[in-house]
Design a binder for this molecule. Structure first.
Ligand code: PLP
Length: 459
């Protein structure tokens, strides 16, 4: 992770979007009105928006040009066939079902596959995936390797699933596991990649146990880049070859096109099972739309097809990952505690180390997102107790997740190195004055996914 200078953007800027400027005083008032929840802040009032890398990327000139070719026919649009062909080329599954975004794909697949009381293993479930399982009264189970919860341990594939944990769960819950999932990269566990060897091992187990294996593959290209960089035998392979190999080991994938699809909206399910595909298409028609557009416009299908081609470009991926590493390097030089190693799409601050004076019950990571906005107009997201706490018993005690982090997600092709320098400097400044940051309490919230709408007050 050495940079002689900041990583050079492999693009130049053709269109500009002004950035919101506010004073600290204005931000204090905005926070109060927003109930100290950064999701409730108008984007115009944000200087650098690192809330998410989902749907926030900049499209290329070819993607913008492709919009004009969108075929808006209800059934059998040309744009759908292009979309289908691109996805088949990369993923290699027989069926392609468009959805308006990733969580719609989750809802439809889970409706078809999951019954009340079932158990669904994953390395670590993403928040919407977990919620879509919980609403079916089933149990999301995280089977990532134990090392994943040690925020300082530097191993190359910290997103791997523990095969022994899967085997154990299989024997305990036989007949109640409708599918196994692997999230690449592992968003809720620091954006960490999963190795090809691990995918192969989990795939063998699933075949032995006759369990279908599905990827939650939003960041499949970033995962493939890490395999190429870190796993023996893949140095000389193209990103496309690595993707083909990964997907050949599974039965299907759920994808949000808002990440490695390089598009602002969209998603899809792709799979081999013919009768399951028929069932999914039927469910799709009820809520998302006809199976050749699934809640998307023809032009969206065009932008996604083109985006999926562009994301395979190694020089794009190298710059993408290097941007994340560059921000991490600046933060580390300033003594900021961060999750290691650096993942593909974000830097994660270790909020419990950053704010050791705030107890978990007062949500240190949430408090840090509030302070970051107040001091610097930077919007980040909490990945900790507010997002992932489980409640024990009636109105009972909160059981907190092992990691209490703030994610600084980098939108694709949007910010330059100097924007990242501003972010690093602001966080280092905040760190010096961290004693002044106070915890928060929840005044109203609604499960599941309470973090999107909860309101808070300083304690
Ligand atoms: C974003 C994301 C989803 C959900 O996709 P949306 O398009 O936001 O609905 C699911 N899983 C993972 C790992 C994600 O990052």
């Amino acid at each position: 992770m050495k940079f002689k200078c900041s990583p050079m953007e492999p693009y130049r800027i053709k269109m500009v979007e002004p950035i919101g400027q506010t004073t600290r005083r204005e931000r204090e008032k905005i926070l109060e009105e927003a109930g100290y929840n950064v999701f409730a802040i108008p984007a115009e009032k944000v200087t650098i928006d690192l809330l998410t890398d989902s749907g926030t990327g900049a499209m290329s000139q070819d993607q913008w040009a492709s919009l004009l070719k969108g075929d808006e026919s209800y059934a059998g649009a040309r744009s759908f066939y292009r979309f289908e062909a691109t996805i088949k080329k990369i993923f290699g599954f027989r069926h392609v079902i468009p959805t308006h975004q990733g969580r719609a794909a989750e809802r439809i697949l889970f409706e078809a596959m999951i019954k009340k009381g079932d158990f669904v293993p994953n390395n670590i479930h993403f928040d919407t995936t977990m919620a879509n399982i919980l609403v079916r009264q089933a149990h999301p189970v995280n089977l990532v390797i134990d090392e994943a919860y040690d925020p300082k341990l530097e191993i190359p594939f910290k997103g791997n699933m523990d095969p022994e944990k899967l085997e154990k769960l299989y024997h305990q819950k036989k007949g109640h596991i409708p599918l196994v999932m692997i999230t690449i990269t592992n968003n809720s566990g620091g954006g960490q990649p999963v190795s090809m060897a691990n995918i192969r091992e989990i795939s063998h187990l699933c075949r032995r146990f006759k369990l279908p294996l599905f990827f939650d593959a939003c960041r499949f290209a970033e995962n493939a880049f890490f395999i190429k960089e870190r796993e023996k035998g893949y140095e000389g392979k193209s990103i496309l070859e690595i993707c083909r190999e990964m997907f050949s080991l599974a039965d299907g994938a759920l994808v949000s096109a808002k990440k490695d699809g390089l598009a602002n909206i969209g998603g899809f399910i792709t799979l081999n099972d013919d009768s399951l595909a028929e069932k999914l298409k039927h469910l799709l028609i009820i809520s998302e739309g006809f199976p050749t557009y699934g809640g998307l416009a023809g032009r969206d299908l065009e932008a996604i097809s083109r985006g999926l081609e562009e994301v395979l470009d190694e020089s794009y991926l190298r710059h993408r990952i290097n941007q994340v590493r560059y921000l991490a390097k600046l933060l580390e030089e300033g003594g900021i505690p961060i999750f290691k190693p650096i993942g593909g799409h974000a830097v994660y601050l270790l909020a419990d180390e950053f704010l050791p004076h705030i107890p978990r019950e007062q949500y240190p990571a949430w408090a840090l997102t509030v302070a970051l906005y107040r001091e610097a107009g930077i919007r980040a997201v909490e990945v900790g107790g507010v997002m992932f706490a489980q409640k024990k018993g009636r109105g009972g005690k909160e059981i907190f997740p092992p990691l209490e982090m703030v994610r600084l997600a980098i939108p694709r092709r949007v910010y330059t190195a100097s924007h990242l320098e501003y972010v690093a400097q602001s966080i280092i400044e905040l760190f010096k004055n961290r004693q002044k940051i106070r915890g928060l309490k929840i005044v109203s919230s609604r499960d599941p996914l309470r973090h999107f709408t909860a309101r808070f007050e300083p304690v």
